[in-house]
Design a protein around this ligand. Sequence first.
Ligand code: PTJ
Length: 248
Amino acid sequence: MTTIPKDHPRYAALLLRDRLAAAMREGVLAPEGLIAQGRGEAFDYLLGEKTTESAARAERVAAAMLLSARRPVISVNGNTAALCAHQIAALQEASGAAVEVNLFHRTEERMEKITALLRANGVDVLTGESERLIPLAHDRALCLRDGIGVADLVLVPLEDGDRCEALRAMGKDVIAIDLNPLSRTARTATLAVVDEVTRAVPAITGHCRVLSAGEARQIASSVDNTPFLKEALAAMMRHLEVINDALE
Ligand code: PTJ
C-alpha cells in the first residue's frame, strides 16, 4: 500500500487506484480492470469528479426501479467488488435485490475470490451451476437460472456493452452505472447512472431507504434514459467551458 497524503487534491481518486492495484495483486481484479478505471477517471474528470444534479436524480430513479422490480439482481464484476463490496451489502439490504457474480474475464479462481470478498463484506451471494442463458459468445453469457436468468431488472455497475444489449433483448430492464455517457452500455440501458460507482451505490441505497412503495412504483412507471445522457454530456461541456474560460 502506498501512503497517500490526505491533503492531495486527488486524494479520493488515488485511494481508489490504490484499492484496485491491491485487488489486482490479490487476483480479484482483472488487469484490464485497471484500464477500465482509467477510462472512467477521464470521464469523471470531465464531470468535475462529483455527482451531477442529473446523476443524483437518476440515482433516485434507480432506487425506485429496484424497489418496484419483482426479481431484481445486482450483477457484480471484479471492479465493483474491489471498489465497493461493503456498499453492495448495504444496497442489497435496502433494496432486497439478489447479488450474482458475472465476469467478462471469467476464471473459476476469480469467481471464488470475488464471492469470498463479497461474503466477507456481508453480501448474500447467489451461487450454483452457471448456464449459458444470455445469447453471447463469451463467458458473460454464463449466469444462474434463478438469478439473472429469471431477473426482470439487472443492475450492472461497470459493464462492457454487449451484455447490456443482450439483457435488454431478453426483455429485462437494465440499470447501468457508467461514467461514460457515450458507451453502448449507457445508451442501451433502461437507465444509465452517469456517476462514479462508489458515489452512486450509496446514493441509490439512501433513496431505497426512504422511498415508499407507492412513490417507487410511480417513479419507475415512466423512465426515459435520453434526458439523463444529454444532461451528462451538457454537464461535461459546461465544465470544459469553465476550464477554457479560466485559460483566457
Ligand atoms: O471483472 P471482469 O472480468 O468482469 O472485467 C471487468 C471490466 C471492467 C474489465 C470489463 O467489464 C471491461 O472491460 O469493461 P469496459 O468495456 O472497460 O467498460 C467499463 C466502463 O465502466 C467504461 O465505460 C468506464 O468508463 C466505466 N467505469 C470505469 N470505472 C468506473 C466506471 N464507471 C463508474 N465508476 C467507476 N469507478
